[in-house]
Ligand binder design. Structure first.
Ligand code: GLU
Length: 442
């Protein structure tokens, strides 16, 4: 495994995020490879760390002043053994091939853990939608789809949202796909609007799912969410719906954040105000603090992890919680950390939590609720059905509870009780590897 890791680093040197994601998985696979040497003979690690294909393309568009801009678009179709490639699109200046490969790699195992038939992929662009007009976002999305459409299809590759891609962007993308292909193909994208093929509960799913996963971890420790102090980072879709679900379980959520700093609200986050500021006005968390009154203050540039809590839900972006932050959280008595974002906790910090006996839920397990409900959206589209919110939530709860049990049981079976990282990696890996083996030299 060390040889393979060194080979990956040498072959694609500029891809630190991808190497980090692969390294975290390789580190935990020893026990399953020892038990199943046929996977080594089949070069399974080499096959699962090389994407099926990687697409990069130019996205030219015109801004409101008439100036021509050029961004880069990506889609990495990582592994299709379990189903059509499935995974979101991220529009953010930090997006690079390395970031998309890391996200695609994680997505393969995450999707496997949902128990649904979904392959894994990811895409996006270094385009920054912040501060852009609706018309600019539309022109960009149309240009992006004009290149990407030929690689998509309900049985081929099914994107969704991620950072910077929400309902507005998905609407423009779907419209352009429809115009180019002449097909009203609902199942080609998930996260669609409720009136045109979307699923109730998809917007809420990632945040709700993460809280459900965290709750299962806490229940295993003999605790529940009721009355716990919770810190949430981020203020996008995942963060907002983590706040909502944690509050529904009676927890006191103290914080949200964005790239400029964080808000701590002693009375607990006012969800209606947060939604108004972020979802309606597309504002900053500092606007929330200004309007909230004396219970809330905005801390510019600070670390949200300085706020003492029982449960931490990092829900912003990769590598936002490092070893220094982990030390502070542990000192303040944190008992569970569950990743709402993809890889928000650095490997050093993960190790610190595990050594301190803090329950740690890795993103590929904890935040799988989003893609799981995407799978339910595809099921509704295929059957031309529209389920109720209650039915979707019930299914999501079942999926997250079973996923937690599967991961915990796998960790026990491989001699690592309580280690959700090992459990998630091995359970996801085995499901994908078995499908690849059964399908021959693919
Ligand atoms: N972007 C989300 C994730 O990281 C959702 C992907 C999807 O629904 O396809 O899992």
């Amino acid at each position: 495994m060390e040889r393979l890791y060194a080979h990956l680093q040498a072959r694609d040197p500029g891809e630190p995020e991808f190497h980090q994601a692969v390294g975290e998985v390789l580190e935990t696979l020893g026990p399953v490879l020892a038990a199943r040497p046929e996977l080594i003979d089949a070069a399974m690690l080499e096959r699962l760390t090389e994407p099926d294909r990687q697409l990069m393309f130019r996205v030219p568009w015109q801004d409101d002043s008439g100036r021509v801009r050029v961004n880069r678009g990506f889609r990495v179709e990582f592994n299709g053994a379990l189903g059509p490639y499935k995974g979101g699109l991220r529009f953010h200046p930090s997006v690079s091939l390395s970031v998309v490969k890391f996200l695609g790699f994680e997505q393969v195992f995450k999707n496997a853990l949902t128990g649904l038939n979904l392959g894994g992929g990811k895409g996006g662009s270094d385009f920054d939608p912040h501060g852009r007009s609706d018309a600019e976002v539309m022109r960009f999305a149309q240009s992006f789809m004009t290149e990407l459409y030929r690689h998509l299809g309900e049985h081929t590759d099914v994107p969704a949202g991620d950072i910077g891609v929400g309902g507005r962007e998905l609407g423009y993308l779907f419209g352009q796909y429809r115009r180019i292909t002449g097909r009203w193909e609902a199942g080609v994208l998930t996260g669609k609007g409720l009136g045109w093929g979307g699923s109730p509960g998809r917007v809420e799913a990632t945040g709700y799912g993460n809280v459900l996963f965290a709750r299962e971890m806490l229940l295993r420790r003999g605790e529940d969410l009721e009355g716990l102090q919770v810190v949430v980072s981020g203020s996008g879709n995942v963060a907002i719906h983590s706040v909502e679900k944690a509050q529904a379980f009676g927890a006191n959520v103290l914080t949200v954040s964005d790239s400029s700093g964080y808000v701590v609200d002693d009375k607990g986050i006012d969800l209606a105000l947060l939604k108004q500021v972020k979802e309606v006005e597309r504002g900053r968390v500092s606007d929330y603090a200004e309007r909230r009154g004396s219970s809330a203050r905005f801390v510019p540039g600070g670390s949200v992890w300085d706020v003492p809590a029982d449960l931490a839900l990092p829900s912003a972006t990769q590598n936002e919680l490092d070893a220094g932050a982990a030390h502070v959280l542990i000192r303040n008595g944190v008992r569970a950390v569950s990743e709402g974002a993809n890889m928000p906790v650095t490997p050093d910090a993960v190790r610190l939590f595990q050594e301190a006996g803090v329950s740690f839920g890795p993103g590929k397990a904890a935040n799988a609720g989003g893609v799981a409900v995407s799978g339910l959206e595809m099921r509704q589209n295929a059957g031309r059905e529209l389920w109720t919110f209650e039915r979707v939530e019930q299914e999501l709860t079942r999926i997250m509870t079973e996923l937690h049990a599967n991961v915990a049981e796998t960790a026990d079976r491989y001699g690592a009780p309580g280690d959700y990282v090992t459990g998630a990696n091995i359970a996801g890996f085995e499901r994908v590897a078995d499908a690849v083996l059964a399908q021959g030299l693919v």
